[in-house]
Design a protein around this ligand. Structure first.
Ligand code: DSN
Length: 484
């Protein structure tokens, strides 16, 4: 019998002769990688994590991610695989799909889900592959307005950046320059001219609610399908702490590791069954049914992907169970309260937020009135062990020097922080910004000189010491920090 390394006999000895690391711990087998992972644990625990798309997942999710499910190939759908030996993988994937529909309050008569996309970008590309022909027209929120690369991004100069703009024709829509809210009137006007086949909503840096009803009206007016990429807010949607896209969208995609707090993966929800009377196409009669399911499943595999990552699917099933608990609902409510508290405190310090606040998990801080770029603030925060990212803000003229930073609450809320703690984070950010201004007065505006100067700032070193002490006092989901 093959047991623990020290009790191996018989065939076990033969195996270990050929595969000596098979039963070792990571620390024994590869101390170099193990040490880097320990360093990363320390970094996550001792810092303030404010990247709006990140979160800290749970121990059982990580256990499933590190399980034997990673060993199996299972191309195809449950019950129709290309290889044998998939009886347990079928059970896991079916469970994951059932939980996905339950978590988002969807009836299997009206919605189906594909849980195989490796992450959000492949999920989006699979939808386009399934439902569009090459060079069909799409419209998504422009990246500098808070949209995502995969919604058709190319630069203002015409350079095609995302494959979604290389293989499809794309016309972005934007925010209202004055308010920072989505400009539905302009979108409608442009859509009427452009006649896209698909309108994509959702984004990576939009702090406000989506008006799905209005977006549906526009899509119907131009005969377009409507897709919502809810990656950032899917945890809020599942907890019914955000408007529900499903009533209005044809397709809903998401990643699973942001506010949903699962493993790194993706999902595609698609309508199925008979089409409601108001969704019939021009040439369709009553009783016509959606044909998305086969097209989307075929696009995911074999068109785009190979074998599903079953360890991700198993881990996602675990996360989707947690998502349906009252505790997750409380978490989602706290995520919103914490983002609002952070925004309120920044506003009290006299700072400007895009749209003046937030409805969800993130705030966009417009730093232009302070004379500091997003890149400088990001750099200074990094030195203080506060992780956030530079971000374009409405009206930015150059995408290369974004005028703001994006700040999200999901990760630190998972560590148990409440409103007063996020007010404290805003105070830390205020201190960092003050030091950025003082540094810039000495270094001048060039990023390189600024960076060199701020790296040696004793004020920054002092903030870092206090940040690490404070952040280290909060619990850490997923792993034990006592030995770090
Ligand atoms: N990288 C993610 C984000 O930060 O929003 C999106 O892909």
């Amino acid at each position: 019998m093959v047991g623990a390394a020290n009790g191996v006999a018989g065939h076990g000895k033969d195996m270990l002769a050929m595969f000596p690391e098979a039963l070792k711990s990571l620390a024994e087998a590869d101390p170099e990688v193990a040490a880097i992972i320990e360093d990363e644990k320390r970094r996550q625990w001792r810092g303030i994590e404010l990247i709006a798309s990140e979160n800290f997942t749970s121990r059982p999710v990580m256990e499933a991610l590190g399980s034997c499910l990673t060993n199996k190939y299972s191309e195809g759908q449950p019950g129709a695989r290309y290889y044998g030996g998939n009886e347990n993988i079928d059970r896991i994937e079916n469970l994951c799909k059932a939980r996905a529909l339950e978590a988002f309050h969807l009836s299997p008569d009206q919605w189906g889900v594909n849980v195989q996309p490796y992450s959000g970008s492949p999920a989006n590309f699979a939808v386009y592959t399934a439902l569009l022909s090459p060079h069909d027209r799409i419209m998504g929120l422009d990246l500098p307005s808070g949209g995502h690369l995969t919604h058709g991004y190319y630069t203002a100069g015409g350079k095609k950046i995302s494959a979604t703009s290389i293989f499809f024709e794309s016309l972005p829509y934007k925010l209202d320059m004055g308010t920072g809210y989505l400009d539905h009137e302009k979108l409608e006007e442009r859509a009427l001219d452009y006649r896209p086949k698909l309108i994509i909503c959702g984004g990576s840096a939009y702090p406000r609610e989506w008006d799905y009803k209005r977006l549906r009206q526009i899509a119907d007016k131009v005969g377009a399908l409507l897709m919502m990429d809810m990656a950032h807010i899917s945890g809020l949607v599942a907890a019914q702490e955000a408007a529900q896209p499903f009533e209005y969208a044809d397709i809903v995609t998401t990643t699973t590791h942001k506010s949903l707090r699962g493993p790194r993966a993706g999902m595609i929800f698609f309508r199925r069954g008979p089409k409601p009377a108001d969704r019939l196409g021009r040439d369709e009669d009553a009783g016509a049914v959606y044909d998305f399911e086969d097209r989307i499943n075929f696009a995911v595999f074999p068109s785009l992907q190979g074998g599903p990552h079953n360890h991700q699917i198993g881990a996602l099933a675990v996360a989707l169970k947690h998502v349906q608990t009252p505790e997750f609902k409380q978490y989602a409510q706290q995520v919103k309260r914490n983002a609002a508290a952070l925004g309120d405190t920044l506003t009290k310090h006299g700072y400007k937020l895009v749209t003046g606040g937030t409805d969800n998990h993130l705030v966009l801080w417009d730093l232009r009135p302070e004379g500091i770029t997003g890149s400088k603030m990001e750099k200074a925060c990094d030195l203080c062990h506060i992780t956030l990212n530079k971000n374009a803000v409405v009206g930015d003229v150059s995408a290369l020097t974004p005028g703001g930073v994006r700040i999200g609450s999901p990760a630190m809320t998972s560590r148990g922080l409440k409103e007063e703690d996020f007010a404290r984070i805003a105070d830390f950010l205020h201190e960092v910004l003050e030091e950025c201004k003082a540094t810039q007065r000495k270094s001048g505006k060039k990023l390189l000189e600024f960076s060199n100067t701020i790296e040696t700032s004793p004020v920054i070193a002092d903030i870092r010491r206090r940040v690490e002490e404070w952040a280290g006092s909060f619990p850490m989901p997923g792993f034990d920090v006592s030995a770090l």
